[in-house]
Design a protein around this ligand. Structure first.
Ligand code: FES
Length: 199
């Protein structure tokens, strides 16, 4: 027997859930299943349970299996506890061609864990995900809600070191690239850019 309380929305999430549902036409409240799963996961500290998925199914008037189908399809939903920093290494072709195997090896080496595992101190969980939609700055790694891009094994290791010691980290390209601009600066419209900058 456990004394775990059944899941119910916090007051803030109840309001937010109704807000998401209100975006869809009457009778189409099931369309809000994804944001509601995300909210529930955050409220529960980072992962979903069968009970939570059943709660959302009842809340939206859906068959529980339909909620589970969504929740198990997308890697953004976790089905077991994850660490404070959920390191999700993209291993799809563009990232792989740009060295994701080495990024993954650097993570395993630094953290001392394998795929799907969490460090003993509960700080890091390591996962591999499919395309994170940041191929232009491959290789990319998502850590919680932030993307870190243009990584090398060295910058990946430093990033993990900084997170472990609580230092501030800067999401986005880790090689100095401006957003998704060409590496090394502009390659076209140089005259125009020069005039814009007053050069
Ligand atoms: S392949 Fe890695 S972000 Fe698209």
């Amino acid at each position: 027997m456990t004394d775990m309380k059944p899941f119910v929305w916090s007051a803030a999430n109840e309001t937010l859930a109704q807000h998401h549902i209100s975006k869809y036409p009457e009778g189409r409240q099931q369309s809000a299943v994804m944001p509601l799963l995300d909210m529930a996961q955050r409220q529960n500290g980072g992962h979903l349970t069968i009970e939570i998925m059943e709660y959302i199914a009842a809340y939206l008037g859906m068959a529980p299996i339909k909620v589970q189908e969504v929740a198990t399809f997308y890697s953004m939903y976790n089905h077991k506890p994850v660490g404070k920093h959920h390191v999700q290494v993209c291993g799809t072709t563009p990232c792989w061609l740009r060295g994701s195997d080495d990024i993954m090896a650097a993570c395993k080496s630094k953290l001392g864990i394998g795929l799907g595992e969490t460090t003993a101190d509960g700080q890091f969980t390591l996962s591999e995900v499919e395309c994170a939609g940041a191929c232009v700055n491959a290789p990319a790694v998502a850590i919680n809600d932030d993307y870190f891009e243009d990584l090398t094994p060295e910058s990946m290791t430093k990033l993990l070191d900084d997170l472990a010691s609580g230092k501030p980290v800067t999401p986005g390209p880790q090689n100095g690239r401006q957003t998704s601009a060409p590496e090394g600066g502009a390659t076209t419209l140089k005259d125009f850019i020069g005039k814009e900058e007053g050069a």
